[in-house]
Ligand binder design. Structure first.
Ligand SMILES: [Zn+2]
Length: 478
């Protein structure tokens, strides 16, 4: 028996025909539930999917192949479940080590597994946004992080990768965590950019909302470009909420948005509609602060649900603790804690983690990701320990998805609060350290003028395991 939301995604064509499925698709589309499978079944589905994906990355990505050779690791090395810990991982910094202009095209084409024709660049000095558009025409989304460290991470995602990621989000969110709540007659307000008008991952990732709700309003319905992010990034680098806030200021829309959301809430309450509010918590917070100031409240109760987007606030030192945020939402909007959960996603991943309504732990979908926590020497740590987050993401079809992130997490074998199966992260995910990333960006800037910037960048600020691919890329011809 599949849920209403899963049925809906099937009906509107999110699921490829069954006869084309690989073990990767089996682990995603072939399961009735992500969080209630027996462990043996989960492990089997996941192992087969990773084996399939790794083989594909190894065969199709020249640089990853060479990188794996350095570790003496090949598809035949992946025999048992325990071998998953040895899959060569790539540092997230690797995806920041790009140059601009024509060099960016070479870099992205090198990283990408998909064989696309070299895009023709008509402009003399193309901006990053021009280049993003050119790749979009070739079927490659160059999606990027919110650039809070002063530099974006770019990942090439093809349609297959993106659709898997969209289905995963719907399956986790409205089909499982909020299954008790979801109804496609609900009205949605997206407190962020229109996903069709940005390639910034945290904005793009909620594209499926357009398909699963009666109506979707966007707080920011204009193009959000790297240029805009860069301008707004100016002096307040490091605070991702602040970055977005500054972007809104630039657009002169900040005040208007708060008013728009309040008007919308008013109409929806009058009509007795179900409401779904998603994404940037700082926009919602402004709305709720304004309501408090006006001494007004709404009472949506069970008719309301909120999913905040974790990626919007990872850097924000003045971030409101999520518990206080939920208290405020309950007080001003009448939306209960169980219908108010946080999403953790990043440009480097296609799976997502979502809080459970019961305990607000971040659940990792067990058939879709193999998570690890590493110490400073990149050795795997035990359950319950805090360290650098790494994972194997077999849904990545256009680049190798074995990643070491810049996030600090505590990984638990199971949720202390609910009966769902699979590992969870404690809700307080943090960037490793701001200084470290910033330092790297500074170095990058200096090295930009150098003859062999990739190589130097790599030696200066990339952790050991990521050195190889940069050096190899440097040697690649095209
Ligand atoms: Zn839980």
């Amino acid at each position: 028996m599949v849920s209403k939301a899963t049925q809906k995604m099937h009906d509107i064509g999110y699921v490829p025909p069954k006869e084309t499925w690989t073990p990767i698709d089996e682990a995603l589309y072939g399961v009735d539930t992500l969080f209630r499978l027996p462990k043996e079944k989960t492990d089997e589905l996941r192992f087969n999917a990773i084996k399939h994906a790794f083989n594909y990355w190894y065969e199709e990505s020249k640089w990853y192949h060479m990188y794996c050779n350095e570790f003496d690791f090949s598809p035949t090395s992946l025999k048992t479940y325990g071998d998953l810990d040895k899959v060569p991982l790539i540092s997230h910094r690797f995806f920041k080590a790009y140059l601009e202009g024509q060099e960016f095209v070479n870099w992205l084409m090198n990283i990408s597994i998909n064989k696309v024709d070299r895009p023709k660049i008509k402009k003399q000095n193309p901006t990053m946004d021009d280049l993003i558009d050119v790749f979009a025409d070739k079927g490659i989304m160059a999606v990027y992080s919110s650039g809070t460290s002063g530099r974006f991470s770019f990942i090439p995602k093809d349609q297959t990768t993106f659709m898997r990621s969209q289905y995963a989000l719907g399956k986790m969110g409205i089909s499982e965590m909020l299954e008790h709540w979801y109804d496609d007659s609900a009205y949605a307000y997206l407190c962020g950019p229109n996903p069709s008008k940005t390639n910034m991952w945290v904005g793009k990732v909620v594209k499926l909302m357009d398909d699963v709700y009666e109506d979707v309003q966007y707080a920011i319905d204009r193009q959000i470009t790297t240029q805009l992010m860069r301008v707004s990034n100016g002096d307040i680098r490091g605070l991702s909420d602040a970055v977005m806030a500054a972007a809104m200021q630039l657009m002169g829309t900040s005040k208007k948005i708060t008013g728009n959301v309040i008007n919308w809430l008013e109409e929806r309450e009058k009509a007795g509609d179900r409401v779904f509010i998603a994404e940037a918590p700082f926009i919602m917070r402004r709305v709720m602060d304004e309501l408090e100031k006006q001494d007004r409240t709404f009472d949506f109760g069970e008719k309301g649900a909120i999913i905040t987007g974790g990626g919007w606030k990872l850097h924000d030192t003045e971030e409101m603790p999520l518990k206080e945020f939920r208290d405020l939402a309950e007080k001003t909007l009448g939306i209960p804690h169980e219908n108010n959960v946080d999403l953790y996603t990043m440009v480097e991943s296609n799976w997502h983690a979502l809080q459970c309504p019961e305990g607000h732990y971040l659940h990792l979908p067990p058939t879709l990701v193999y998570p690890m926590v590493l110490d400073e020497n990149h050795n795997k740590m035990d359950w319950g320990e805090t360290g650098r987050f790494a994972f194997i993401d077999h849904m990545a079809n256009s680049y190798p998805g074995a990643m070491i992130t810049g996030d600090m997490v505590t990984l638990l074998e199971e949720c202390p609060a609910c009966g769902r199966t699979g590992p969870v992260l404690e809700p307080n995910v943090r960037r490793m350290t701001g200084e470290e990333v910033r330092g790297c960006a500074e170095e990058m800037r200096k090295l930009m003028d150098d003859q062999t910037p990739e190589l130097l960048h790599d030696l200066v600020c990339t952790p050991d395991r990521a050195r190889m691919p940069m050096m190899l890329l440097d040697r690649e011809e095209n």
